[in-house]
Design a protein around this ligand. Structure first.
Ligand SMILES: *Cc1c(COP(=O)(O)O)cnc(C)c1O
Length: 386
């Protein structure tokens, strides 16, 4: 039997042709294709500026550097996310302050967030978990009230909207990621989006070794190539990678439709399962499906979840426990003394999630097989108890 992978990028002749064009052009870095990719993402996110970079993590790092966040500062974030959303706070020497999530959207609980703000809070770093923008407007209001910036880690949310407001435009700055399991991919890559001219310029400089924005190697403006205005990084995205991104963005509506169809099929199949909590999508949001994550109900233990995932994998079905809690990762525990029990909602969710295979081209037959196997594994755990 063929394996059904957890995720799979969707690359067509459109992307391949654009990559070939770049390879033939002789210009492999800092060129027009990166600029085109930036313009396409800026438009989709409803932002004036987009700055392409080498990964979502690099984008988050630069966003915090550009905001001047450093040692002694606190940044509020969620424990239920991919680890990069908290790591970037450590990179700049600041202290992550975690806020527990609410169990429907799986995003930070706005009431708990407000209570976590101290005089040392310098930013709120919010994540649209699995592409769900619920509460982003509330975070934005809280940030404005306390005169601190909202940083939007929208790495999982390209194309999502809340009452028509696109993900990426809630924060003072937003960051998308283009790893192969995201809505669109460039292999590796990321994109900072903002309406703030100065912030965009600082990020353009930071990604290019601290050079003035617009500096190019060997070009008419090459006088600035060896002038470094600030401590920067090499966080650039290549023209080759950007070409994949341009192709993916040109196909974005089609991609979003395919993902909606797969998620809708899962929803219909799994609707009446007593053992499962399905993703909840608030009527005012348009979720952009990053992955499809179901959750076992409270009756199930972490060990039962583990056996269910192992059983699915034995049947060649890719499954994963997205996400383990960040505060319980070994180095967070060691550095900050977090223990189980600190953030009970997030921990309860973390022990029960199962990410099912999810990609653009998943067929109805494959979804059937995933659902049947999941039913079988859950039934087996139920039978063990009686
Ligand atoms: C994917 C992702 C990132 C960035 O990942 P990269 O692999 O560095 O592109 C950051 N935050 C979240 C929440 C993500 O899902």
């Amino acid at each position: 039997m063929e394996e059904i992978p957890l995720s799979r990028p969707d690359i067509t002749d459109v992307e391949k042709q654009l990559v070939m064009d770049v390879l033939d052009s002789g210009r492999l870095s800092i060129g027009p294709v990166v600029e085109e990719f930036e313009a396409l993402v800026a438009r989709r996110a409803g932002c004036r500026h987009a700055v392409a970079c080498s990964s979502g993590t690099a984008g988050l790092h630069m966003a915090l550097v550009a905001l001047g966040i450093g040692p002694g500062d606190e940044v509020i974030t969620t424990p239920f996310s991919f680890v990069a959303s908290a790591n970037c706070i450590l990179y700049v020497g600041a202290t992550p302050v975690f806020v527990d999530i609410e169990p429907q959207s799986l995003n930070m609980d706005p009431a708990k967030l407000e209570a976590a703000i101290t005089p040392r809070t310098r930013a709120i770093l919010a994540v649209e978990a699995f592409g769900n923008p619920t509460h982003m407007d509330e975070y934005r209001r809280i940030a404005a009230r306390h005169e601190i910036p909202l940083v939007e880690d929208c790495c999982e949310a390209l194309g999502a909207t809340w009452r028509g407001v696109p993900a990426g435009s809630f924060g003072r700055v937003g960051v998308f990621g283009f790893y192969p399991n995201k809505q669109i991919t460039t292999g590796e890559g990321g994109m900072i989006v903002t309406d703030d001219d100065q912030l965009a310029d600082i990020c353009r400089s930071l990604r290019n070794q601290g050079r003035a924005p617009g500096a190019t190697y060997g070009g008419a403006r090459s006088g600035s190539w060896l002038a470094h205005e600030r401590l920067g990084y090499n966080y650039r995205l290549s023209e080759v990678a950007a070409a994949i991104g341009v192709g993916q963005m040109r196909r974005f509506d089609e991609i979003a439709e395919m993902r909606d169809r797969v998620a809708g099929t899962y929803m219909r199949h799994l609707m009446d399962r007593a053992a499962l909590v399905l993703p909840t999508v608030d009527p005012s949001t348009r979720q952009s499906w990053f992955i499809f994550v179901v959750r076992l109900t409270e009756e199930y233990t972490g060990d039962e979840r583990k056996r269910i995932i192992e059983g699915m994998r034995r049947h060649d079905i890719g499954c994963a426990a997205y996400f383990p809690c960040i505060h319980l990762q070994p180095y967070f525990r060691e550095q900050f003394g977090f223990e189980p029990g600190c953030f009970p909602v997030a921990e309860s969710v973390c022990h029960r999630t199962i990410a099912l295979p999810f990609h653009n081209r998943l067929t109805a037959r494959e979804i059937d097989m995933v659902v049947q196997t999941l039913d079988l594994m859950i039934t087996r755990e139920d039978l063990k108890r009686t």
